[in-house]
Design a protein around this ligand. Structure first.
Ligand code: G3P
Ligand code: CA
Length: 238
């Protein structure tokens, strides 16, 4: 059965990359969550997609220029109501000890390298004994290889925005057990061939019903979606 990963949590209904979005995804019955990590000025691993806090919070500036204490004051709930801070990765991992979810941690280090981020994340994953429920991904494939060398027991999966020729050969060459392609750039045939070669395929970001049907039909390993509720409803038809 195709697994369903909630992209930035249940982000079509809750502020993205927040505890509410992750908890709601788990309650909805998602198999996993996807989240993005970056480092604050004082080196805390925090869960946020953009390099700047401007779009998703009431603050301004780069994550890398803010101290954790400052960043924690910001509110991701821009609609008003209950304050919703940017989570530290350690909070999310601690919460994961109380459930069975899989977590895809994306290193958001394709713009700023965030030296030492992989080491910090691996330390936290090991601290909470989550090695076998974590998948590391990144558009920065050097980072993927670095994390594999540091922690070969944790699955890695390169992210792709464009099509790639024989992706299973590339994944095998960097010891990645997964491939996370943009769903519009990969054919059914290449997905199947990649899976036949032992590589898990988890296309992103699959939000339209017709695209979900296509991927459930071919028994794709997983999909990454903003709307796990819709995806589960459609998967129930298979
Ligand atoms: O994991 C897939 C997806 O999250 C990659 O793109 O920009 O949403 O982080 P983005
Ligand atoms: Ca992401």
């Amino acid at each position: 059965m195709t697994q369903i990963f909630a992209h930035r949590g249940y982000s079509s209904a809750y502020p993205e990359n927040t505890m509410s979005a992750f908890v709601a995804a788990e309650k909805a019955g998602a198999d996993g969550i996807e989240l993005d990590v970056q480092l604050t000025k004082d080196g805390e691993v925090v869960v946020i997609h953009d390099e700047k806090v401007d779009r998703t919070t009431n603050g301004i500036g780069f994550v890398k220029d803010l101290f954790y204490k400052e960043l924690r004051q910001l509110n991701t709930n821009k609609k008003g109501g209950r304050k919703e801070p940017i989570p530290a990765l350690k909070e999310v991992l601690e919460w994961m000890s109380s459930n069975q979810l899989i977590c895809n941690i994306e290193f958001k280090n394709n713009r700023f390298p965030y030296d030492g981020m992989e080491e910090k994340v691996i330390h936290l994953v090991r601290k909470f004994h989550l090695d076998n429920r974590i998948i590391f991904s990144s558009f920065n494939h050097y980072s993927i290889v670095h994390s594999y060398r540091l922690a070969p027991e944790i699955e890695t999966a390169p992210l792709f925005l464009e099509g790639i020729f024989m992706p299973w050969v590339y994944c095998q060459s960097i010891r990645a057990k997964g491939l996370h392609p943009k769903h519009t750039t990969i054919s059914d045939q290449i997905i199947q061939k990649t899976m036949e070669n032992g590589i898990a395929v988890r296309p992103y970001t699959v939000n339209q019903e017709k695209d979900m049907h296509r991927l459930f039909n071919i028994k794709c390993t997983s999909i990454i979606t903003d709307d796990p509720v819709k995806a589960i409803k459609i998967r129930n038809q298979y």
